[in-house]
Ligand binder design. Structure first.
Ligand code: FES
Ligand code: FES
Length: 154
Protein backbone atom coordinates (compact mmCIF):
# COMPACT_ATOMS: atom_id res chain seq x y z
CA UNK A 1 0.00 0.00 0.00
CA UNK A 2 1.42 3.40 -0.93
CA UNK A 3 1.19 6.20 1.58
CA UNK A 4 1.28 9.96 1.32
CA UNK A 5 2.63 12.55 3.71
CA UNK A 6 0.02 14.88 5.15
CA UNK A 7 0.90 17.95 7.19
CA UNK A 8 -1.78 19.94 8.97
CA UNK A 9 -2.50 21.78 12.22
CA UNK A 10 -4.48 19.93 14.87
CA UNK A 11 -5.68 21.77 17.97
CA UNK A 12 -2.94 24.33 17.45
CA UNK A 13 -0.03 21.92 16.94
CA UNK A 14 1.59 20.81 13.69
CA UNK A 15 0.98 17.19 12.71
CA UNK A 16 2.87 15.25 10.03
CA UNK A 17 1.68 11.77 9.09
CA UNK A 18 2.29 9.15 6.43
CA UNK A 19 -1.00 7.46 5.67
CA UNK A 20 -3.23 5.80 3.14
CA UNK A 21 -4.78 8.61 1.07
CA UNK A 22 -8.21 7.04 1.66
CA UNK A 23 -7.94 7.10 5.46
CA UNK A 24 -10.77 9.01 7.06
CA UNK A 25 -10.03 12.00 9.27
CA UNK A 26 -12.23 10.39 11.93
CA UNK A 27 -9.96 7.33 12.00
CA UNK A 28 -6.80 9.42 11.99
CA UNK A 29 -8.03 11.30 15.04
CA UNK A 30 -9.34 8.31 16.97
CA UNK A 31 -7.01 5.45 16.09
CA UNK A 32 -3.79 7.05 14.93
CA UNK A 33 -3.68 10.05 17.28
CA UNK A 34 -5.72 8.74 20.22
CA UNK A 35 -8.22 11.61 20.23
CA UNK A 36 -11.29 9.54 21.02
CA UNK A 37 -13.53 12.47 21.94
CA UNK A 38 -14.70 12.57 18.33
CA UNK A 39 -17.27 9.79 17.99
CA UNK A 40 -18.48 7.59 15.16
CA UNK A 41 -22.21 7.15 14.91
CA UNK A 42 -23.43 6.43 11.41
CA UNK A 43 -20.15 6.63 9.52
CA UNK A 44 -21.94 8.08 6.51
CA UNK A 45 -22.49 11.77 7.15
CA UNK A 46 -25.94 11.60 8.73
CA UNK A 47 -25.56 11.99 12.50
CA UNK A 48 -22.95 14.65 13.24
CA UNK A 49 -21.32 12.66 16.06
CA UNK A 50 -17.97 13.03 14.30
CA UNK A 51 -18.12 16.83 13.95
CA UNK A 52 -14.80 18.68 13.94
CA UNK A 53 -13.84 22.11 12.65
CA UNK A 54 -11.94 22.32 9.37
CA UNK A 55 -10.57 25.82 8.89
CA UNK A 56 -13.24 27.00 11.31
CA UNK A 57 -16.22 25.26 9.71
CA UNK A 58 -17.97 22.23 11.20
CA UNK A 59 -17.59 19.12 9.04
CA UNK A 60 -18.36 15.42 9.39
CA UNK A 61 -14.93 13.87 9.82
CA UNK A 62 -16.24 10.47 8.72
CA UNK A 63 -16.61 11.90 5.21
CA UNK A 64 -13.25 13.69 5.00
CA UNK A 65 -10.14 11.87 3.77
CA UNK A 66 -7.26 13.04 5.94
CA UNK A 67 -5.28 13.63 2.77
CA UNK A 68 -7.67 16.49 1.97
CA UNK A 69 -6.85 18.42 5.14
CA UNK A 70 -3.19 18.91 4.22
CA UNK A 71 -2.24 22.50 5.02
CA UNK A 72 -5.52 23.08 6.86
CA UNK A 73 -6.45 23.79 10.47
CA UNK A 74 -8.38 21.05 12.25
CA UNK A 75 -9.90 21.37 15.72
CA UNK A 76 -11.44 18.48 17.61
CA UNK A 77 -13.56 18.47 20.75
CA UNK A 78 -10.39 18.00 22.81
CA UNK A 79 -9.54 21.64 22.08
CA UNK A 80 -12.61 22.75 24.05
CA UNK A 81 -12.37 23.42 27.76
CA UNK A 82 -14.25 20.91 29.92
CA UNK A 83 -16.27 23.63 31.66
CA UNK A 84 -18.07 24.32 28.38
CA UNK A 85 -19.81 20.97 28.86
CA UNK A 86 -21.45 22.12 32.12
CA UNK A 87 -24.89 23.03 30.68
CA UNK A 88 -25.17 19.64 29.03
CA UNK A 89 -24.55 17.82 32.25
CA UNK A 90 -26.76 20.13 34.33
CA UNK A 91 -29.78 19.81 32.02
CA UNK A 92 -29.63 16.11 31.30
CA UNK A 93 -28.76 16.79 27.69
CA UNK A 94 -26.56 13.74 27.47
CA UNK A 95 -27.29 10.10 28.20
CA UNK A 96 -25.09 7.65 26.35
CA UNK A 97 -22.90 10.58 25.29
CA UNK A 98 -22.27 9.39 21.75
CA UNK A 99 -23.70 12.54 20.20
CA UNK A 100 -22.47 15.02 22.82
CA UNK A 101 -19.07 15.96 21.38
CA UNK A 102 -20.63 16.71 18.01
CA UNK A 103 -23.48 18.63 19.62
CA UNK A 104 -21.01 20.74 21.59
CA UNK A 105 -18.93 21.45 18.51
CA UNK A 106 -21.97 22.62 16.58
CA UNK A 107 -23.30 24.63 19.54
CA UNK A 108 -20.03 26.50 19.94
CA UNK A 109 -19.92 27.20 16.24
CA UNK A 110 -23.41 28.70 16.50
CA UNK A 111 -22.16 30.75 19.45
CA UNK A 112 -19.39 32.12 17.28
CA UNK A 113 -21.95 33.11 14.64
CA UNK A 114 -24.86 34.64 16.60
CA UNK A 115 -26.22 36.26 13.46
CA UNK A 116 -27.51 32.80 12.47
CA UNK A 117 -30.03 33.02 15.32
CA UNK A 118 -31.70 35.98 13.63
CA UNK A 119 -33.07 33.69 10.93
CA UNK A 120 -32.92 30.19 12.41
CA UNK A 121 -33.88 28.51 15.67
CA UNK A 122 -31.35 26.56 17.65
CA UNK A 123 -33.26 23.40 16.78
CA UNK A 124 -32.92 24.14 13.06
CA UNK A 125 -29.22 24.87 13.38
CA UNK A 126 -28.69 21.66 15.32
CA UNK A 127 -30.57 19.53 12.77
CA UNK A 128 -27.36 17.89 11.58
CA UNK A 129 -26.67 16.43 15.02
CA UNK A 130 -28.84 13.41 15.76
CA UNK A 131 -29.44 11.98 19.22
CA UNK A 132 -31.16 8.66 19.81
CA UNK A 133 -31.49 9.14 23.59
CA UNK A 134 -32.61 12.54 24.87
CA UNK A 135 -35.49 13.66 22.68
CA UNK A 136 -33.72 16.94 21.91
CA UNK A 137 -35.47 19.27 24.37
CA UNK A 138 -32.63 18.94 26.86
CA UNK A 139 -30.08 19.52 24.11
CA UNK A 140 -31.86 22.65 22.90
CA UNK A 141 -32.18 23.91 26.50
CA UNK A 142 -28.51 23.26 27.15
CA UNK A 143 -27.38 24.92 23.93
CA UNK A 144 -29.63 27.87 24.68
CA UNK A 145 -28.15 28.19 28.17
CA UNK A 146 -24.64 27.79 26.87
CA UNK A 147 -25.19 30.53 24.35
CA UNK A 148 -26.99 32.78 26.83
CA UNK A 149 -29.71 33.15 24.28
CA UNK A 150 -32.73 32.19 26.35
CA UNK A 151 -34.57 30.59 23.45
CA UNK A 152 -37.24 28.13 24.60
CA UNK A 153 -37.35 24.64 23.11
CA UNK A 154 -39.37 24.66 19.90
S1 FES B 1 -20.34 9.37 12.12
FE1 FES B 1 -19.97 11.04 10.81
S2 FES B 1 -21.91 11.90 10.43
FE2 FES B 1 -22.33 10.13 11.63
S1 FES C 1 -27.08 11.06 24.35
FE1 FES C 1 -27.09 9.14 23.32
S2 FES C 1 -27.12 9.66 21.22
FE2 FES C 1 -27.35 11.54 22.21
Amino acid sequence: MSTVQVVFTLNGAAVSLDLDPAERLLDTLRYRLGLTGTKEGCGEGECGACTVYLDGLPVNSCLVPTYQVRGARVESVEAIAAERLGPFLAQGATQCGACTPGVVMTALWIGAHPELLETHTIRELMAGNLCRCTGYDGIVDAVSTALGHGEPPV
